[in-house]
Ligand binder design. Structure first.
Ligand code: PMV
Length: 337
C-alpha cells in the first residue's frame, strides 16, 4: 500500500489552574480540574509517515532517534490508531519543537497533540477535535488541552478538554523566563504518582483545587486580572507545596525561581499586571497584559539566572499542515474547531 503521510502543528499550553494527580478511575484521567492558555510561540511540528516496510515505529525528535520510554509513549498513541483502523502498519515519526524539550515548557502537551492530529491525517480517521483530545489526553493529560486554542479546561475525570472562551475574550500574554537549564529531577507523571503516595498534603490539594479552578475560571470569564492572578499563583503554590512535602521531596524550583516569585509579587503589589506560575520545572511563566509584555520581557532578560525569555500570546488550535514543502514551513491548511 502507498505510504500515507500526515503533518500537524500544535502549541503548548500553560495551566493557570493546575492538574497534579491521577484519578483512581485510571485511563490517565486527572484528579483535579485544570484551565490553561494555549501559547502561540511554543510550537511542535510533527510528521507521521506510515510505511509497510517497517517492523516497528521509528521516532526522531529534533534530529535524535528516541529509544526507551520516549519511543514507547509515541508507539502507545499510534497503537490506538492501529486498533481503531485494524491496520498493523508502523510509522516514521519526525517531530520538532521550537523551544527546549522536557524543561517544564509543556513539550509533552504540544508533542502529543501534534502527534494525534498528524496520525489522524496519516490514518485518515477524521476523528474530530474531541476524540483527538481524548487520545492525546491518555498519553499526557495536558496534551488534551492543546487540541484547542485560547482558554481551555479539562475537568476532573473528564475524557476530553473543551474551550472556555477564545483568547480574544480576554487578551493576555504569557512571558516565559527560562531558568538556567538543569536536568529535570523526575518526570511529571513520576512526580505526581510519588506525590499521591507519599505527601500528607495530597488529599487537601485535591479538595481545595476545585474551588481554586472555579475562581480562575470566573476571573477569565469576567476579565478580572486580579482574580486570575491570585487564583493562578495559589494553584501553583498549592501544587508545589504538595510535591515538596512528598518523601523524598520533589523540588523542581531553583533559586532564581523563588527570587522571581518574590519579585513578581512585589511588582503586583505596586500595581503592575503580573502573576507567576511554574510547572514540573524551574521556569517561571508570568501572565501579563499585551501592553506590559515588552517592559516585563526586558526586565526578565536581565534577571540573574534567567537564560532566555519567550513572549507568548494566545495560540490557535492544533492543526493539520499541508503535506507539501518542508516540515515547519508548510502553510496551515485546516484548523480544528
Ligand atoms: O500532562 P502531564 O502529565 O505532562 O502533566 C502536566 C502537569 C502540569 O504541567 C504540572 C500541570 C498542568 O495542569 O499542566
Amino acid at each position: 500500500m502507498k505510504p500515507r503521510k500526515g503533518r500537524a502543528e500544535a502549541c503548548a499550553n500553560i495551566a493557570l489552574a493546575k492538574y497534579w494527580g491521577k484519578s483512581p478511575r485510571g485511563d490517565n484521567l486527572t484528579a483535579t480540574s485544570s484551565l490553561s492558555l494555549t501559547l502561540d510561540n511554543l510550537r511542535t511540528r510533527t510528521e507521521v509517515l506510515l510505511d509497510d516496510s517497517l517492523s516497528e515505529d521509528e521516532v526522531v525528535l529534533s534530529g535524535t532517534a528516541l529509544t526507551g520510554r520516549g519511543r514507547e509513549r509515541v508507539t502507545a498513541l499510534l497503537d490506538r490508531f492501529r486498533s481503531l483502523t485494524g491496520r498493523k502498519v508502523f510509522a516514521h515519526v519526525t517531530t520538532e519543537n521550537d523551544f527546549p524539550t522536557a524543561a517544564g515548557l509543556a513539550s509533552s502537551a504540544s508533542g502529543f497533540a501534534a502527534l494525534s492530529v498528524a496520525a489522524d491525517a496519516a490514518f485518515q480517521t477524521s476523528l474530530g477535535a474531541a476524540r483527538l483530545s481524548s487520545i492525546a489526553r491518555r498519553s499526557s493529560a495536558s496534551a488534551g488541552r492543546s487540541l484547542y486554542g485560547g482558554y481551555v479546561e479539562l475537568r476532573r475525570e473528564a475524557d476530553t478538554a473543551s474551550v472556555v472562551v477564545p483568547g480574544t475574550h480576554f487578551p493576555l500574554s504569557m512571558v516565559v523566563a527560562v531558568v538556567t537549564a538543569q536536568e529535570k529531577p523526575i518526570s511529571s507523571t513520576g512526580g505526581m504518582l510519588h506525590t499521591e503516595k507519599t505527601s500528607p498534603y495530597y488529599p487537601a490539594w485535591v479538595d481545595v483545587s476545585e474551588s481554586v479552578f472555579e475562581s480562575v475560571k470566573v476571573g477569565i470569564v469576567e476579565r478580572d486580572f486580579e482574580r486570575v492572578a491570585n487564583g493562578m499563583e495559589h494553584s501553583a503554590r498549592l501544587m508545589h507545596a504538595t510535591m515538596m512535602t512528598s518523601v523524598p521531596p520533589v523540588i523542581y524550583l531553583r533559586g532564581a525561581t523563588v527570587e522571581l516569585m518574590h519579585e513578581v509579587a512585589a511588582r503586583r503589589g505596586r500595581g503592575e499586571p503580573v502573576a507567576y506560575t511554574m510547572d514540573a520545572g524551574p521556569n517561571v511563566k508570568i501572565l501579563t497584559t499585551p501592553e506590559h509584555e515588552a517592559t516585563l520581557g526586558a526586565w526578565l532578560g536581565g534577571f540573574p539566572g534567567v537564560s532566555n525569555v519567550i513572549v507568548c500570546r494566545s495560540g490557535p488550535a492544533a492543526a493539520v499542515l499541508s503535506t507539501d514543502g518542508s516540515l515547519g514551513t508548510a502553510a496551515r491548511a485546516e484548523e480544528l474547531q
